[in-house]
Design a protein around this ligand. Structure first.
Ligand SMILES: [Zn+2]
Ligand SMILES: [Zn+2]
Length: 571
């Protein structure tokens, strides 16, 4: 979430809680007005606060400015904490349900003691809502439907969030000395973009002790099952976590089975069957005799297959390739030599160019490209030709200062305008090392219009990379309507590369599109699009997605040494 979105959310929560408390009729309205002005702000609220300009924002008076300042500086707001104690209602959660607003929240809280999504759902299912003043049967069924929409949106967790939760639980369980093996399986191990629930597998000498520790792990909100070989809990975030104990000699079989996917496993079982074997979570058997099961490699080998990396196990050709010994040699983190798309505080990034460079250098990169937004993206304080020329000079100076061992590349993320023209003159573009072009406006253009628009941009002779090609935000915004086949063809013709944007919410292109792009001979750039130093670490998510897209290091240009890279992007 951006700082502006965080602030808007805080103001919204205060407004809602004030309205429900009901002491003052006008105060909530002032907070809602504040939410509207913060969300339509063209600038970072933090920078405005730093220059003491909060009260200059229309709709932000003295008291709201105090609230915003306190939140930005300390992460805490006293008024809000007081309100949360007096009115213990999860207002933001309830307010996100289509058809539910402050008035309904106040009503169901006061009359039925509803405080969150779960208690509202229970009341609705028991028919308690329709008896309330102003709420009929129709509203009740609309609310039930709204709750389902909200739940569907929360059903799956982004891989990045799932992995950090998994790591925390793993570290906690590993403290127990009796744990001999502990692995995450399921879609998390396959590095899917989003995760349904977490599946842990464990070998331990005294499983009961592990189970007891597991159900008491931090963040557990409910114990769904607590048994000797399997336990399940629900975390406060809503994520379900399962832990299974496996016998030592079937760990590989269990790992294979619980990693999936279902389609991949179905095909493996049928291969086993044809060989007169039987495959299940305990092992691979001929009659009663166990052929293999201790490790995964043994199982695949016994079936006449290469071991298949989990990211490929989707039954999209990996089994056939493994039968022929032709699996791709997938890219790894170690192959990456640089990052070609990143921002600084010159546009909407949070860190200075020097801070970003220091962080990139610490990753051991050979080269690093600074590519801030351009002028049409006013919300991100994009650069015009003049500022870009200054930036070019600045980077030349930084390079010759000798302060960084890596090569700093001059770049920009140039806006593709409505007609496919770029918003920076060619004579300035020609002075940049890496020009990335992206769509940041008119998301709803019709397919033909969008395709034509993007293809036109790729025809510009100074363009190197198409940034986040489909524009999707996982779980938040659908992708653009665009004919990728045509885009790939144009890109191929003009030697333009496709980006795999590594941001956990983007992962754009997706696995299938990556395969299609490399099939026509396009090269990929895996970029973090970092807006702050910590986001440089998102490269790992790009690598996971690249592996799911069958990419080798040769497919990815930022695995090339600098010389080869520059030669490749020269047009
Ligand atoms: Zn962008
Ligand atoms: Zn960007």
């Amino acid at each position: 979430m951006t700082r502006n979105a965080e602030v808007a959310q805080i103001l919204q929560e205060i407004g809602l809680l004030l309205e429900i408390e009901g002491k003052d009729k006008f105060k909530p309205l002032a907070y809602y007005r504040g939410v509207r002005s913060i969300t339509s702000l063209g600038e970072d609220v933090e920078s405005i606060a730093k220059r003491n300009g909060l009260t200059d924002i229309p709709g932000i008076g003295k008291s709201l400015a105090e609230v915003i300042k306190s939140y930005l500086e300390t992460g805490r707001v006293e008024i809000l904490e007081g309100l949360r104690t007096r009115v213990p209602v999860k207002v933001l959660e309830l307010d996100s349900i289509p058809g539910v607003g402050p008035k309904t929240i106040k009503l169901v809280y006061e009359k039925l003691g509803v405080t969150d999504l779960d208690s509202l759902e229970k009341a609705a299912n028991e028919g308690k809502l329709s008896g309330l003043p102003g709420l009929g049967d129709k509203t009740q069924s609309q609310i039930i439907e709204g709750i389902q929409i909200v739940r569907a949106g929360h059903e799956r967790t982004l891989l990045a969030d799932a992995l950090s939760t998994a790591e925390r639980i793993e570290n906690e369980l590993r403290k127990l000395k009796i744990v001999k093996q502990l692995t995450i399986a399921g879609s998390t191990r396959r590095r899917r973009e989003t995760i349904g629930d977490l599946d842990f597998l464990v070998i331990a000498t005294e499983p009961e002790i592990v189970m007891n520790a597991f159900v008491k792990t931090k963040g557990v909100s409910a114990i769904i099952a607590h048994g000797p070989t399997k336990s399940s809990v629900r975390l406060e975030s809503g994520l379900q976590v399962d832990l299974r104990v496996l016998p030592n000699d079937s760990f590989g079989a269990g790992l294979q089975y619980f990693t999936g996917s279902v389609d991949h496993n179905v095909k493996l079982r049928s291969i086993a069957q044809k060989m007169g074997l039987r495959l299940n979570e305990y092992g691979l058997f001929r009659g009663e005799k166990k052929v293999s099961g201790e490790d995964e490699e043994g199982i695949y080998k016994s079936l006449g297959l290469q071991w298949i990396p989990p990211e490929l196990r989707e039954d999209t050709g990996e089994i056939e390739a493994a039968q022929k010994g032709k699996l791709p040699n997938l890219i790894t983190m170690k192959d990456i030599r640089g990052d070609l798309h990143s921002h600084t505080d010159q546009s909407d990034g949070k860190n200075t160019i020097e801070e970003m460079l220091n962080a990139a250098q610490a990753l051991g990169y050979e080269y690093y490209c600074v590519s801030d937004h351009t002028q049409s993206l006013t919300i991100a304080h994009g650069m015009d030709e003049g500022r870009l020329l200054e930036r070019i000079k600045e980077i030349d100076e930084l390079n010759s200062s000798g302060r960084w061992k890596m090569k700093i590349l001059k770049g920009a993320e140039v806006d593709i305008l409505a007609d496919g023209a770029l918003d920076i003159e060619d004579d300035v573009l020609s002075q940049l090392d890496v020009v990335t072009v992206s769509v940041h406006s008119r998301w709803k253009d019709k397919k033909e219009v969008m395709t034509k628009r993007v293809c036109h941009a790729l025809e510009n002779r100074y363009v190197h990379i198409l940034g986040h090609p489909t524009g999707r935000l996982i779980g938040k915004r659908y992708q653009l309507e665009i004919d990728l086949e045509q885009v790939f063809e144009t890109a191929k013709k003009h030697n333009v590369m496709m980006e795999l944007n590594a941001h956990p919410e983007r992962l754009d292109l997706n696995a299938g599109n990556l395969r299609a792009a490399t099939k026509v001979g396009l090269k990929i750039a895996i970029n973090t699009d970092a807006h702050r130093t910590s986001e440089l670490d998102n490269m790992q998510f790009g690598i996971f997605q690249a592996r799911r897209g069958w990419l080798t290091s040769d497919d990815v240009i930022n695995t090339y040494p600098l010389k080869k890279l520059m030669k490749h992007i020269k047009k």
